[in-house]
Design a protein around this ligand. Structure first.
Ligand SMILES: [Zn+2]
Length: 263
């Protein structure tokens, strides 16, 4: 969901959560289809990140494409209705797609695994992504039900800790992070371009979604963001509350320390 602007995000949340006659009154499968259609209607924006690296954003989590003479490596895949646009964008970057990496199991990152695999790509993901996609899932915070993914959409190659790939003069390091946004998250490091694809472990400039229904935990979000105890204290997250709550034995900085050390 990181590809959306703040305005698009607010519009989507308004449509999903707050409109009394809106999507919430529909059956769960209709709501999921409407959610997919809404996200999928967003146009794809293209932004170069380096000589062989391009960011595609819009209809779902950010897609990063490594391209060159040795073919494409694609990180994440947008939602299903965006497939014709994604296919066109990828053709514009060369092709064929050799590998797809899923940063986690969520539908806006894995929906187009099947058509990409059908076109010859090998899908790589953490073993928990395959496990989550193989069984029904419920995301409580969005009140959405997901049936198991079809076999053709499941990753063909899974790993527990990390995975390495090389192509087009670039080295990719894929690393599992502790349960954070979900229990399936990996981050992808493009060594030469000095670019990190953090999936939904990092939300830029807004509160993150932590999907506790499928293993997400706030301690993992903090750990994956690399914030030390000192950095967390310096960020003064309780400034607005200190006036009312900071008159006791423990001041705001003490409370940050207490929370951090018990995560
Ligand atoms: Zn997600």
């Amino acid at each position: 969901m990181t590809g959306m602007t703040r305005r698009e995000w607010l519009q989507m949340m308004a449509a999903l959560s707050f409109a009394p006659s809106g999507l919430r009154t529909q059956q769960p499968q209709d709501r999921l289809a409407a959610f997919r259609a809404q996200i999928g209607a967003t146009p794809i924006k293209t932004q170069p990140l380096g000589e062989h690296l391009t960011l595609l954003s819009g209809p779902g989590g950010n897609v990063v494409v490594l391209h060159g003479a040795e073919g494409l490596i694609v990180v994440d895949t947008f939602v299903a209705p965006a497939w014709p646009n994604l296919e066109e964008s990828l053709k514009g970057l060369g092709g064929p797609v050799k590998f797809v990496i899923n940063t986690h199991w969520h539908f806006d990152h894995t929906d187009n695994n099947a058509p990409l695999h059908a076109a010859g790509a090998t899908v790589v993901a953490h073993e928990n992504t395959k496990r989550r996609m193989s069984a029904p899932q419920h995301i409580a915070i969005l009140d959405l039900e997901f049936p198991p993914s079809p076999a053709a959409a499941l990753p063909q190659r899974v790993f527990a800790d990390g995975y390495k790939l090389e192509a087009n003069g670039e080295r990719l390091g894929v690393s599992y992070v502790a349960p954070a946004h979900t229990d399936t998250d990996v981050i992808v490091w493009f060594e030469r371009a000095n670019v990190l694809h953090a999936g939904d472990v990092f939300f830029n400039g807004r509160y993150p979604l932590i999907d506790g229904s499928t293993g997400g935990r706030v301690f993992g979000m903090i750990k994956a963001s690399g914030k030390s105890l000192e950095e967390s204290i310096a960020a003064k997250p309780f400034t607005d509350l200190d006036g009312d709550w900071g008159s006791g034995r423990y001041k705001g900085d003490d409370f940050v320390r207490i929370v951090y050390l018990t995560l």
